[in-house]
Design a protein around this ligand. Structure first.
Ligand code: TXD
Length: 319
């Protein structure tokens, strides 16, 4: 069987880390693409020079032309610009929307059969725009945010309880932003739903509330520490988990931004929902039972996503 091909659109901090992990895990040949000249070539060469050390047989190549992503099985998109001082959220939206247009057209022309994972912020709106611009089927385009947010939630729960992360299943759903919804009743530590942990004295309600709050602000906590950028190790690992589930048809159920068509009462938007990812892409959305409070938080988050998508439509009349 021929090696798989993984195209990384954007070769910045997350793109470079994605290439490193993909090479170490021998997921396939890697093409690092970027508009910056030299950056993807330099990272690809540095990484290629490391493959003899750990005996990885994949190739790594840097590229500035979309022709080089031809036939990719997976495209992971991190291309875009981060928010700079003085720039509004709308300014960022407009700039990254243009980037999604270029990337979407590049994928449509050269890798129309790929499974596409978008990471660029604002995530839920950018993955929607990328699907529109690429014209790929909605089940082949997903967004990564929930695996990361849920992993942060799981890590904080592990730190508090002393239970291995292997025995924690944490879920964070809805949009990727301050209104994300950590699912307290559906998340478990050693099989126990979180409210039971509180009842049994593993932690107080206040401590659990603080973990939920820290999860919501997890991205900002890293930005404040790094000062020069945002998180990249955990985001890259999260996208690799999604790519692997597709490439190996693992059929894992992962929290992903998937295109909802009636699920959870959402129609025509991408939001974070438990998604079965296999060889057909996003194969099925798993529907948790929500109580009224959970549904209300979910709806609030979905409204925020809808607002961003409307802003995209206002900026680009072709949408
Ligand atoms: O959970 C999540 N979804 C996220 C999202 C978690 C963390 C970070 N998240 C977002 O990912 C972040 O807000 C950014 O929008 C992306 C990528 O983050 P990264 O840290 O990798 O950003 P960099 O280092 O700035 O890299 C972006 C690269 C950079 O090399 C640019 O030259 C390139 O994107 N770029 C482009 N590449 C191709 N085509 C175009 N048009 C383009 N424009 C910029």
């Amino acid at each position: 069987m021929a090696r798989k091909k993984i195209a990384l659109i954007g070769s910045g901090m997350i793109g470079g880390t994605l290439a490193h992990v993909a090479a170490r895990e021998e997921l396939g040949d890697v093409v690092l693409f970027d508009i910056a000249e030299g950056l993807p070539q330099g990272k690809a060469l540095d990484l290629a020079e490391s493959t003899p050390v750990y005996n990885s047989s994949v190739s790594l190549k840097g590229a500035n032309a979309y022709e080089d992503i031809a036939g990719a099985d997976v495209c992971i998109v991190t291309a875009g610009v981060p928010r700079k001082p003085g720039m509004s959220r709308d300014d960022l939206l407009g700039i990254n929307l243009k980037v999604m247009k270029a990337v979407g057209e590049g994928i449509k022309a050269h890798a129309p059969n790929a499974f596409v994972i978008c990471i660029t912020n604002p995530l839920d709106a950018m993955v929607w725009a990328l699907q529109q611009f690429s014209g790929l089927p909605a089940n082949k385009v997903v967004g990564m945010a929930g695996v990361l947010d849920s992993s942060r939630f799981a890590y904080f729960l592990s730190e508090k309880t002393g239970v291995s992360v292997a025995d924690i299943h944490a879920w964070t759903l809805a949009g990727h932003g301050d209104s994300m919804v950590p699912m307290v009743r559906h998340s478990t530590v050693g099989g126990l739903p979180l409210p039971q942990l509180v009842k049994q004295g593993w932690m107080t309600q206040e401590e659990l509330d603080a973990i939920v709050d820290r999860t919501r602000k997890g991205g900002g906590e890293i930005v404040a520490l790094l000062k020069t950028g945002s998180a990249y190790y955990a985001p890259a690992e999260s996208a690799i988990a999604m790519a692997k589930s597709y490439l190996k048809d693992q059929k894992r159920v992962l929290p992903a931004a998937a295109f909802c068509q009636g699920e959870y009462g959402v129609d025509g938007l991408y939001v974070g929902v438990p998604t079965l990812i296999g060889a057909e892409g996003a194969e099925k959305i798993v529907e948790f039972d929500f109580n009224d409070a959970e549904q209300e938080m979910f709806n609030t988050s979905v409204e925020a996503v809808g607002g961003l998508v409307d802003a995209c439509k206002d900026i680009d009349s072709s949408l």
